[in-house]
Each structure stands twice: as structure tokens, then as C-alpha cells.
Design a protein around this ligand. Structure first.
Ligand SMILES: Cc1cc2nc3c(=O)[nH]c(=O)nc-3n(C[C@H](O)[C@H](O)[C@H](O)COP(=O)(O)OP(=O)(O)OC[C@H]3O[C@@H](n4cnc5c(N)ncnc54)[C@H](O)[C@@H]3O)c2cc1C
Length: 417
């Protein structure tokens, strides 16, 4: 039998996992995994968390070099794909090399959103996506005393927390009236605003930055906000969200809609090309909405699903992607966890808690349970995931009858399910 070649573009969380899972699924063909960053594939979440303190780059690696050799995964670093030639099933790299594929997996991730304001090229105006960014930030933080985060989303808040811990004065500028507004409920935003404020972080909500100004050495010195306020800063971190890195897919004529559009089996409109992780948009089975999810869980589970679909026997039914979404963030000494996609919620319920450090907020849409946000409550988080992965829908009434006790409800559902 002729062995197939799978080429994976992007060696981040999703790309690496696809290569590893293909071998676990018994795929015997050639696997070529390449990405535009230097070195071995690594995980990003610690970059805004523990990496600040330990700077242990080795601990970030998914696996060491030996793993790639043993599993016959050809890993090319510093290799950026410039275009896809679908007619001859080849990927062309920026240096002109070409690689032929039978199946192509695009795991391109995202790039940071650029701010269209003057001054973003000044020294000490940084961002955070890669290990290199994290090293620059750590270094800059050592010599800084006043940091400003542009953006109060997960990463902005995590970095604020870490910099505060290093003794810097920290301010956050956020366009929305509350932090993490696109991702969490009002009670969770309020909880975190309180926690961060208590640790000394200053908030400027419903504000944007109109310009950054520098000193004679070209280093950032101050920011001007939309209300005219001037904030002094010797370190600015732009955490203004990300956009999917989809240029090569678009140029190749693949369908794109807030990400590379894939079907339930994570296939693009070209049957030999898949897209997964942060760069892919798909119809979320439970809510029937087109979504693009930026999380480790999504990258890992989509990679496993694609590996199954590529390695599966000819004629076998392809597997649909239908995993429960979940996410975490570490901030201000707490763990925030989200189960399900709570974006469309039209009703929230804050559960009674036995401790002020714990919080559970349940999300409902049309009286059906769609997710839970928890702070320092891993047990509620895991139970919510269990309920969401069950066959039956669970209603607000079901929660009411169980006294909003997630474990009791889960037990009852397992008994009756
Ligand atoms: C600082 C930080 C903290 C985070 N914290 C959390 C967290 O706490 N919890 C959580 O669930 N998620 C977190 N995330 C998000 C999580 O890391 C991503 O969802 C995950 O990495 C997505 O995996 P991916 O493979 O789709 O993309 P990535 O891991 O971004 O990998 C994509 C790779 O493809 C490369 N690439 C792009 N285009 C090309 C090309 N043309 N040719 C070659 N290579 C290319 C990119 O440079 C990149 O290396 C965090 C992200 C960051 C940046």
C-alpha cells in the first residue's frame, strides 16, 4: 500500500497534537510538521502565568527532540508557509521550498490585533503571544515601574496580575464597561474587578487609547486616553485581542468566515485540507452557531478528531467534532474556569457559596443550561462539564428542583438517563 503524507502547518498546540495523535491512531505514513517559530513546539498558557517567575523554557515544551525522532515526525522550525497550491497539492514555503501532501492540516493559530494609533512602535510597547514576546516582556518588566495594559481580557488581566506581583504599578484600559466583557457574565467581571483592584490594579473602563508618546530615546513615556487623561508608563502591553491567521487559506480560495470555515468533521471546502484550533470556524453542535474558539481544549480535541478522521479506515464514518468547550485562566491568585459556551446566555444564576473565595455562575439560554463559570471551584466546573456532555438537555427548572446543587443534579440525571 502506498503510504500517505500528512503535512501540518503550524506547530503550536493543535499542530503538535495532530502529529502526536496520528501516530497514536496508528497512522503509518509520513508526518511533516512545520511552523514559523524557532525551536521545539511549546505551550503558550504559562507565558502569561508561571513563566514570569520561573523562566523555565524547558518546562513549556510539549515533548523533547527525542519524541519527534521516535515517532517519525519530521519537524521543521523557522519555516513559514507562503502559499498552498491546491491544484498540485503542495505547500510552498517562504524560502521557496515546496512540500507535497496527501492531506493538509492548517493549524495556524492567531496573530495579535494591531492598534491603529500613533506610538505603538515605541520601545517598551510590547505584546504577548510567543516565547520570544514573553522573554522581552520579562526583561522589560525588570527595568520598569509603571505598566499599562491596553485591554482587560484574559491575557491583559493575567499579565496585570503577574506584573503587580513583581511590584510594578499597573493600570488597565478597557473599551467595554467591564473586564472580560465578551467572555464572562457580569458577576464574574465584577468579582475580578474587585480582586484586581484590591491588589492595587487601577482600572480605566469605557476608555480607549488615542496615542502613545515617547521620550528622546524612543521609549514609551505616556498614553493619552479618549477622555483626555494622560497616564505615565514605562511599559505598555497591548492585549487587544487576536485575529485568526488565515491569509494563506484565503489566498488559496478556501472559504473563510471569521476563521477558516470547516464542516462538522473539521474539513475545509477542499476535501484534502482540514483546519483546526484557533484559526478554524465551525458550527458549534450544541448551539448551532458559527464559532471560533481560542482555547487549549479546543485545539487539543480538534487535533484528536482530525487525526482520527485522517488515520481512519477507508470507508469508515468520519468523526464529528462535538466536545464540550472549556477554558481556564489564572488571575489574582485564583482559578477561573468556564464550561460550555456561555456567550448566548439570556439568564444567569449566581449559586450560594460556602466560601467567599468560591463563586459559581450558571448560564441559561431559553431556560436551557448552556454553561457554568466558576472561581476556585473545580468540583462545580467538572460537574458542569459532565452535565453538558450528557445526552439530555437540562433546564432551569431542573436546577431549581435540585436547589442549584450541581452534583445532586448530575447524580439524578445519571440515575434517570
Ligand atoms: C499568553 C497566552 C496565554 C494563554 N492562556 C490560555 C489559558 O490559560 N487557557 C486556554 O485554554 N488557552 C490559553 N491560551 C490560548 C491557547 O494557547 C491557544 O488557544 C492555543 O495555543 C491554540 O492552539 P493553535 O495550535 O490553534 O494555535 P497556536 O498555538 O497559536 O499555534 C499556531 C502556530 O502556527 C504558526 N503559524 C501561523 N501561520 C503560519 C504559517 N503560514 N507557516 C508556518 N507557521 C505558521 C504560528 O506562529 C504558531 O506557532 C493562551 C494564549 C496565550 C498567547
Amino acid at each position: 500500500m502506498i503510504k500517505q503524507t500528512v503535512v501540518i502547518v503550524g506547530s503550536g498546540q493543535a499542530g503538535f497534537q495532530t502529529a502526536a495523535s496520528l501516530r497514536l491512531e496508528g497512522f503509518e505514513g509520513e508526518i511533516i510538521l512545520f511552523g514559523d517559530e524557532p525551536g521545539l513546539p511549546y505551550q503558550r498558557p504559562p507565558l502569561s502565568k508561571t513563566y514570569f517567575a520561573d523562566a523555565d523554557a524547558q518546562r513549556l515544551l510539549f515533548r523533547n527532540a527525542d519524541f519527534f525522532q521516535r515517532n517519525r515526525i519530521k519537524l521543521w522550525d523557522n519555516a513559514r508557509a507562503a502559499r498552498i497550491h491546491r491544484d498540485r497539492k503542495e505547500v510552498e514555503l517562504e524560502d521557496g521550498r515546496t512540500i507535497a501532501y496527501d492531506k493538509l492540516v492548517l493549524a495556524l493559530g492567531t496573530k495579535n490585533r494591531e492598534l491603529p494609533i500613533p506610538g505603538t512602535r515605541l520601545a517598551n510597547v510590547l505584546q504577548l503571544r510567543t516565547l520570544k514576546d514573553a522573554d522581552l516582556l520579562r526583561h522589560a518588566a525588570k527595568n520598569a515601574s509603571r505598566a499599562v495594559m491596553i485591554g482587560g481580557g484574559f491575557i491583559g488581566l493575567e499579565v496585570a496580575s503577574v506584573l503587580r506581583g513583581e511590584g510594578l504599578e499597573v493600570s488597565i484600559i478597557e473599551l467595554e464597561p467591564r473586564v472580560m466583557a465578551r467572555a464572562v457574565s457580569k458577576p464574574i467581571s465584577a468579582h475580578y474587578e474587585q480582586l484586581h483592584a484590591a491588589s492595587g490594579v487601577e482600572f480605566h473602563l469605557e476608555e480607549s487609547v488615542t496615542s502613545l508618546t515617547g521620550n528622546k530615546k524612543g521609549e514609551v513615556e505616556a498614553l493619552t486616553l479618549s477622555d483626555g487623561t494622560r497616564l505615565n508608563a514605562d511599559l505598555v502591553v497591548v492585549c487587544a485581542g487576536v485575529v485568526p491567521d488565515i491569509a494563506i487559506a484565503q489566498e488559496a480560495g478556501l472559504a473563510v468566515e471569521n476563521g477558516i470555515r470547516v464542516d462538522a468533521h473539521l474539513r475545509t471546502d477542499d476535501p484534502d485540507i482540514f483546519a483546526i484550533g484557533d484559526c478554524a470556524s465551525f458550527v458549534h453542535a450544541a448551539s448551532n452557531r458559527l464559532v471560533r474558539i481560542e482555547s487549549v481544549q479546543n485545539a487539543l480535541d480538534q487535533a484528536k478528531c482530525v487525526a482520527k478522521n485522517i488515520a481512519g479506515q477507508k470507508g469508515a464514518q468520519p468523526q464529528a467534532y462535538d466536545r464540550v468547550a472549556w477554558f481556564w485562566s489564572d488571575q489574582a491568585g485564583t482559578k477561573l474556569q468556564i464550561a460550555g459556551l456561555t456567550g448566548p446566555a439570556d439568564q444567569w444564576h449566581v449559586c450560594q457559596s460556602d466560601s467567599p473565595e468560591k463563586l459559581t455562575v450558571l448560564a441559561f439560554k431559553d431556560s436551557q443550561f448552556i454553561g457554568a463559570e466558576t472561581v476556585n471551584n473545580a468540583s462545580d466546573h467538572m460537574t458542569a462539564r459532565k452535565i453538558l456532555s450528557g445526552r439530555d438537555k437540562v433546564s432551569f427548572k431542573d436546577f431549581e428542583s435540585s436547589g442549584f446543587d450541581l452534583r445532586r443534579l448530575a447524580r439524578e440525571k445519571t440515575r434517570t438517563g
